[in-house]
Design a protein around this ligand. Sequence first.
Ligand code: AHR
Length: 320
Amino acid sequence: MTVTRRTILGGAFAFAFAASGSVFAAKPLVMGFSQVGAESEWRSANTASIKDAAKQAGVTLKFADAQQKQENQVKAIRSFIAQRVDVIAFSPVVETGWETVLREAKAARIPVILTDRAVKVADKSLYVTLIGSDFVEEGRRAGKWLADYAAKSNKPVLNVVELQGTVGSAPALDRKAGFEEAIKGNAKLKVIRTQTGEFTRAKGKEVMEAFLKAHGKDINVLYAHNDDMAIGAIQAIEEAGLKPGKDIIIVSIDGVKGAFQAMIAGKLNVSVECSPLLGPQLMQAAQDVVAGKPVAPRIVTEERVFPAEVAAKELPNRKY
Ligand code: AHR
């Protein structure tokens, strides 16, 4: 007769035990993972990190790409529940609207791990942990860099335009809040326009074109919630006959290789790091939770700020 107890021995393998206690079958841990999409260089690196780490850890990964749609994530999670996976992990596209499906996972006794983005739920027992960055702090770091820059500038006021991430997503909300906190009361910094660029290059370019059409040379600074939107905006700025990184100072977030290349070319001024390399921590947390070991409710990624001056030296060390 098969006993339902699971344990972890030397890695990701869940072993089923016979009532006698002897091992008769080795069963890899099965994880269902619902990814946001493939909207950015960051996201591709995050997907690669999760797939590689699963392989390394011997975890069977059922991977679903939600194409930036919450309804696709809900469907994927329901399908993981129906398949009775050992663990469900996902990076929620937006913060709200998860209670029902998370309650379904809980009722099925399948632990849920959040990676990268947070959810807003009253009942914190609906998920085990959130592994990822402190987005408010990233926004603060971007704002602090800009406040330091403004203090040295001889212009009395710098007009800032902001490209926000996906509406309702944790990084868009938190990076906006952290940035605002850092520049609050700063008479030299004035945010004149803010709009979503959906974390993509194409939309970043399109919205920057509209900003330029409306405000032209009055724009002094672009704050982009990710590097991809900044890179799209750089194209728009060049096409408008202006010099990105000089006529318009650009502050962005992620620290992807594309941003380092733009910094080396003098077109981007600073990128605040947000690490997508969450795969190894995710696999470890999944193994621990299935083994019944305690897992911290919040696992925060360590990150740095990379101004353009260090880009050439740092690029060879970048992993994404
Ligand atoms: O949730 C992390 C954010 O999502 C990254 O900053 C961005 O590039 C991605 O699309």
